[in-house]
Design a protein around this ligand. Structure first.
Ligand code: IMP
Ligand code: MG
Length: 179
């Protein structure tokens, strides 16, 4: 285990099992559609890559990069689009695939934006839900794990751009971000 990790919350195997289960459910529920799978960079990228490989319908891929954070551990309440989609969403069934829903600010903004651009539907899939911290009226349609109010890293999630490539999801030692 990495020295900055306090405790492993989900192992590689637990993640694989649960991601497969949720993806198969989405595959059933969206059968017959041609969704546009929108990955949210960078945190959602590993989850995205694992998730979409279980979808059997024709799928198109696109990406957005947004940030509301800077280098702290709480949302700044100001969403910046750092990279927009390559294509349009008008009439499309959009599947947003994101690492974590925390305050809900990021996903509430994104959903509103995509609906304003004319998406036929927006379905939100998250790896993690930190439900205790929600301030916005938004939920994910599919979520893999509910987690406590702790700062977690790994499997795509970072603190200050570090720890994304850890294969598991772990709680970061508070001493790392409190200094
Ligand atoms: P929200 O806008 O408050 O829902 O925050 C969502 C974004 O905050 C996510 O896309 C993550 O990038 C980041 N975030 C929230 N909690 C954590 C965490 O525990 N670890 C790493 N990133 C987090
Ligand atoms: Mg992040």
């Amino acid at each position: 285990m990495h020295k900055d990790i306090q405790r492993i919350l989900f192992t590689e195997e637990q993640i694989r099992t649960r991601v497969t289960e949720v993806a198969k459910q989405v595959d059933c529920d969206l059968a017959g559609k041609t969704p546009l799978a929108v990955g949210i960079l960078k945190g959602g990228i590993i989850f995205y890559a694992d998730f979409i490989r279980h979808l059997t319908m024709p799928l198109e891929l696109d990406f957005m990069a947004v940030s509301s954070y800077g280098s702290g551990t709480a949302s700044s309440g100001n969403l910046k689009i750092r990279k927009d989609l390559d294509g349009g969403v008008k009439g499309r069934d959009v599947l947003i695939i994101e690492d974590i829903i925390d305050s809900g600010f990021t996903l509430a903004c994104l959903k509103k934006l995509l609906l304003e651009r004319g998406a036929a539907s927006v379905t939100i899939v998250t790896l993690l839900d930190k439900r205790e911290r929600r301030t916005e009226d938004i939920h994910s349609d599919y979520n893999c794990f509910i987690i406590p109010d702790e700062f977690v890293v790994g499997y795509g999630l970072d603190f200050d751009e570090k720890y994304r490539s850890l294969p598991y999801i772990g709680i970061l030692k508070p001493s790392v971000y409190q200094k």
